[in-house]
Design a protein around this ligand. Structure first.
Ligand code: ADP
Length: 529
């Protein structure tokens, strides 16, 4: 980006000379007018001449400003008094009424010159501000549109360096924002290629106190409260040559701006306004750097997650085939009376469940689960679940109760719902000890609730959400074999089809896990009733 510094307001010597020449020309005009008025003295009233002089004062002050305007007013007053007010060719005033006339003339001349010059100054100020605003909006757009976020910040540092006449300008990211802890993280600075240089204690103090840190030529550090506007930070700087200012976005400190000069940092009003605006751009630039880094980290994490899911899917898929063979052989050997084969079969079942869970998880994470919702009687899901758990309930009795007079129907994917319910039943049998597990179903509004209740250790209230997290094993977990995946999968399989899984304490001890699924009503063909 091309950083153009704001025009400075010192008047070049040639302009001063031109003004002096024009001033002399106006004086010559006053002399010519005086000669004319004297020549026509017999035909003119004094008031006519006064008006002529007044026009000259107004014209001169509009062209040359206040000082020349006042000088012209005095000269015109003297000429008028000397040449046109009797007695002529003396400054004495014969008629006392003329005093009032002369005084009015002088005051009108001076005030007109003052007013004109003030209006001109205001117009010049407005032009300068408009230029400043144009300049700032252009800088802001250029800085924030820079291809890379840190390039934008570097451009802002360069402009601040040029405009404020600094020796160095650096922009840092707030440590918490950079995620690394420790000191502030340097993003960019000017002049390019230089090192950010000392000032570390200064940075540390500014960071720790959220205040403005100042350092003078002798290395003495001072902290002052951070004003609401950055422009006010330049008041009372004393001899400070280095200044560290926290940069805020919506009152939240995102970074630090470090300004260093080889003279005390004193700025005039336009430079302060400029520093304030650029300070805000710098804060936005730092925020942009942070968001860009966050997006990059997020993308890297997503890429690594995609890789893990792909690996998980392929490994678990390849494990299934040998497991099926082992189970079939163990089953055959158990039939021949080999007690060890029963253990092999049980362990293979456990491994199989683990592999299925891993496969489900990778499919859920990869969004590869398709839901085929259909009308299913609750009874069908219960029957299938009991059948599937039969081998893995470790001798725990499962009691089921269906409302006798009601046909409960749901609209869900039977295969997915089955995996969810089986996970809950296996957990209940695993954690219940010897006490039987109850499996009930009821309709509540638009939902079917499948409740699995056990008399196990229960789930503390504080854990009731965490136990659904991936690989999290709660307080009851470590004493029993498991992986911390069952509940995650049960809940996610329920949620993909508009249901859910939740846990509640069971009155009398233990817990109740509820699988809720969308309920459905039997649609009778029209006219069938
Ligand atoms: P795993 O059982 O393999 O640890 P789960 O995801 O199925 O994994 O369960 C997560 C945690 O939830 C378990 O470690 C356990 O602390 C708790 N939990 C699950 N089911 C029950 C239950 N029926 N009774 C008590 N705690 C349970």
């Amino acid at each position: 980006m091309s950083a153009t510094a704001l025009p400075r307001s010192t008047e070049p010597a040639s302009a001063g000379r031109a003004r002096a020449a024009e001033g002399l020309a106006w004086l010559a005009l006053v002399a010519a007018a005086s000669w004319l008025f004297v020549a026509l003295r017999g035909h003119l009233e004094a008031a006519h001449a006064a008006l002529g002089y007044l026009l000259l004062v107004l014209g001169g002050s509009s062209r040359l400003g206040r000082s020349w305007g006042i000088a012209l007013a005095i000269v015109c007053f003297l000429a008028f008094n000397f040449l046109l007010v009797p007695p002529y060719y003396t400054l004495a005033v014969g008629d006392p009424r003329h005093w009032l006339f002369l005084l009015a003339f002088l005051v009108t001349g001076v005030v007109a010159a003052q007013l004109l010059s003030r209006a001109q100054n205001q117009a010049a100020d407005a032009r300068a501000r408009a230029e400043e605003i144009d300049h700032l909006s252009m800088l802001g757009a250029e800085a924030l549109n820079a291809g890379r976020a840190d390039e934008g910040v570097a451009a802002i540092a360069r402009v601040l360096l040029d405009r404020l006449g600094l020796t160095r300008c650096d922009i840092f990211q707030q440590p918490g924002e950079a995620g690394g802890g420790g000191g502030a993280v340097w993003i960019a600075g000017a002049p390019a290629g230089g090192s950010p240089g000392g000032g570390e204690p200064l940075l540390a103090s500014a960071v720790a106190r959220g205040a403005l840190a100042l350092e003078d030529a002798g290395g003495r550090v001072r902290l002052v409260p951070l004003p609401e506007h950055l422009a006010d930070a330049f008041d009372g700087l004393g001899e400070a040559r280095v200044m560290v200012v926290p940069l805020r976005v919506r009152s939240h400190v995102v970074g630090l701006l470090r300004l260093a000069a080889d003279r005390p940092l004193r700025l005039d009003a336009p430079a302060r306004r400029f520093a304030e605006a650029l300070g805000y751009y710098a804060a936005l630039g730092v925020e942009r750097v942070r968001l860009a880094a966050q997006a990059e980290r997020g993308e890297a994490l997503r890429a690594s997650d995609r890789m893990k899911d792909a690996l998980l899917a392929s490994v678990s898929h390849d494990l299934r085939t040998p497991l099926t063979t082992i189970k079939a052989l163990a089953h055959e050997m158990a039939g021949d009376g080999d007690a060890r084969a029963v253990v092999v079969e049980e362990e293979t079942d456990r491994l199989n469940r683990f592999v299925s869970n891993l496969l489900d998880l990778s499919r859920l994470n990869g969004g590869a689960i398709t839901v085929a919702a259909e009308l299913v009687p609750a009874e069908e899901l219960l029957g299938a679940a009991l059948e599937q758990v039969a081998g893995a309930q470790g001798g725990v009795e499962i009691r089921t109760a269906l409302p006798a007079d009601d046909l409960l129907l749901g609209r869900f994917d039977l295969v997915l719902a089955l995996r969810s319910l089986v996970n809950l039943l296996e957990n209940a049998c695993k954690y219940s000890g010897d006490a039987p597990v109850d499996l009930d179903v009821q309709r509540q509004g638009e939902r079917l609730l499948f409740e699995v209740s056990d008399r196990g250790p229960g789930v503390p209230e504080s854990e009731s959400e965490r136990i659904f997290e991936q690989f999290y094993r709660g307080p009851a977990g470590p004493a029993t074999p498991g992986t911390g995946l069952g509940l995650t999968i049960a809940r996610r399989l329920a949620r993909v089809q508009g249901g859910d899984v939740a846990v509640a304490a069971r009155p009398g001890g233990g817990s109740t896990f509820t699988l809720s699924l969308p309920a459905a009503d039997l649609e009778l063909p029209t006219g069938a009733a």
